[in-house]
Ligand binder design. Sequence first.
Ligand SMILES: *[C@@H]1O[C@H](CO)[C@@H](O)[C@H](O)[C@H]1NC(C)=O
Ligand SMILES: *[C@@H]1O[C@H](CO)[C@@H](O)[C@H](O)[C@H]1NC(C)=O
Ligand SMILES: *[C@@H]1O[C@H](CO)[C@@H](O)[C@H](O)[C@H]1NC(C)=O
Ligand SMILES: *[C@@H]1O[C@H](CO)[C@@H](O)[C@H](O)[C@H]1NC(C)=O
Ligand SMILES: *[C@@H]1O[C@H](CO)[C@@H](O)[C@H](O)[C@H]1NC(C)=O
Ligand SMILES: *[C@@H]1O[C@H](CO)[C@@H](O)[C@H](O)[C@H]1NC(C)=O
Ligand SMILES: *[C@@H]1O[C@H](CO)[C@@H](O)[C@H](O)[C@H]1NC(C)=O
Ligand SMILES: *[C@@H]1O[C@H](CO)[C@@H](O)[C@H](O)[C@H]1NC(C)=O
Ligand SMILES: *[C@@H]1O[C@H](CO)[C@@H](O)[C@H](O)[C@H]1NC(C)=O
Length: 458
Amino acid sequence: MGLNKSMGCTIPCLIFLAASLLHVHVHSDDDSLGEGFINIDCGLPDGSSYLDEKIGLNYTSDDGYIDTGENHNISAEYNAHELLRSSLNLRSFPNGGRNCYTLSPATAGLKYLVRATFMHGNYDGKERDLIRSPLVFDVYMGLHFWDRIYVNSSTTIYVAEAIIVAAVSSVSVCLIDIGRGTPFLSSMEMRKMKSSLYPAAMHNQSIALQERHSLGASSLVRYPDDPYDRLWWPSQGTSGWLNLSTTSEIKRYSTDPFEVPVRVLQTAVTSPTTSTPLNLSWEVPSGWPAMVLPGYYLNMYYTDFQEQRLRAFDVYYNGYLWVPNNLSITPNYLFSDYSNATAPFTDNSGFYNVRIIATNTSVLPPMLNAYEINYLIQHDDTATDTQDVEAMMNIKTEYQVEKNWMGDPCLPEKYTWIGLTCKSDGVTSRVKTLDMSNSGLQGVISEQFSLLKSLQHL
Ligand SMILES: *[C@@H]1O[C@H](CO)[C@@H](O)[C@H](O)[C@H]1NC(C)=O
Ligand SMILES: *[C@@H]1O[C@H](CO)[C@@H](O)[C@H](O)[C@H]1NC(C)=O
Ligand SMILES: *[C@@H]1O[C@H](CO)[C@@H](O)[C@H](O)[C@H]1NC(C)=O
Ligand SMILES: *[C@@H]1O[C@H](CO)[C@@H](O)[C@H](O)[C@H]1NC(C)=O
Ligand SMILES: *[C@@H]1O[C@H](CO)[C@@H](O)[C@H](O)[C@H]1NC(C)=O
Ligand SMILES: *[C@@H]1O[C@H](CO)[C@@H](O)[C@H](O)[C@H]1NC(C)=O
Ligand SMILES: *[C@@H]1O[C@H](CO)[C@@H](O)[C@H](O)[C@H]1NC(C)=O
Ligand SMILES: *[C@@H]1O[C@H](CO)[C@@H](O)[C@H](O)[C@H]1NC(C)=O
Ligand SMILES: *[C@@H]1O[C@H](CO)[C@@H](O)[C@H](O)[C@H]1NC(C)=O
């Protein structure tokens, strides 16, 4: 899988300070709201849909996106716990080691936020003791390990989220059974993003979310406050932190690569005195596969609400001063500002700590409005030819083949589609033979077949 390749930095790589670099072009929100969204409520009866009034988005059943699995409702006693309407039902996958959703339409080369949510809710009525024996399964973004879902509570909504660049006109998300319980999921969502956002997500690598917090906020911020429907969770009220907020408008550059929603920037936390640091810490999630030590990208967002007195601070990341040329950070007044990692950082200890410390000239204590911790999803060096993937997806749709046709047609080899053989030159796999004999193939032969350039036998 190439997962142990040495990547990124041995110390946290330099941060960028947005403030002074660019000319001011204040943003305008020209995206049409909710356009390019796919909202799937997994396990909803086939063909049904509803409007989630809390967020104003339509959710549909998943029958157009997957052919396998079983629909279930969560147990009635958990209905009251539900925070998201889409958690009331789910699809589970007792059969098959790998089951995949095909999210389409997408546009090859464009950037998307993809999110899956998981809430168990005792759907099988077995009253499992999840604390003693958690359910564990993996989620893959196409061919690449994305997240490990560790279910130790019936009422927690677990979330896997990634930002990706689509390689073909659909995005496949696969659940992998690792022998520790039946995989399931409650919802799948895909949102088109501006290509300039999150530069770390590129054609050859994706990023996945570990944490995203709006500090000083008292409730979840998402769509429509965030036109990309990122979930900004409120802070946990860490002791010693003080909340700040403003109702003033906050501006940003049109080239801002993160476009943090104004509502998120309108709240912040600060420490009580200049001599008290603000600190954050996180660790590699428990039960994480040892081969996939995450490389973290840290983004911190700040906007000051006062302009008279100096607020300046330094950031230490696992003990390293994290600022180029010893320049301290002085957050912009009512203007979006950020620090971002330029490369992923891995510490073998698995523990990460950030301390934000006022400089000795600062009159005000340090502050932070929001932060995100993403990790790198490395892409394998091997892939299936994108034209072959495209053609096979189209053939599957055109002939309504149900077999085991899901995910990538050729890779991993263990899951090559039934009726296909593929050949690989070590890097690129191509479809070599295709047997449609049990598919009721009749009538016109699709022109898609001619796109399979290595096809030797049909
Ligand atoms: C949700 O879908 C229904 C039926 O397709 C449609 O009438 C309604 O306008 C949609 N609502 C939104 C908010 O898109
Ligand atoms: C879930 O509940 C809804 C109504 O509450 C029902 O229509 C649906 O058939 C149930 N689904 C399953 C899989 O039992
Ligand atoms: C579930 O696991 C997480 C991560 O290991 C842990 O923080 C949490 O306390 C556990 N919850 C329960 C109910 O055991
Ligand atoms: C700050 O806000 C959070 C979220 O609403 C709350 O839990 C916390 O108690 C607040 N802290 C203080 C010091 O008021
Ligand atoms: C975080 O900051 C508090 C003071 O605000 C300090 O007591 C604590 O030791 C710090 N924790 C770490 C891990 O640096
Ligand atoms: C930053 O400051 C430290 C200590 O004051 C000094 O050793 C180091 O050379 C400085 N680095 C730069 C790039 O100025
Ligand atoms: C960090 O931000 C700068 C702009 O300030 C951008 O050029 C760079 O690509 C970003 N890097 C990452 C990994 O987000
Ligand atoms: C502030 O810190 C700098 C560098 O750490 C030091 O050179 C300077 O003397 C300090 N100033 C005061 C007033 O303590
Ligand atoms: C992806 O390509 C960029 C340059 O285009 C490079 O900096 C980065 O390291 C590559 N990522 C991987 C995982 O190879």
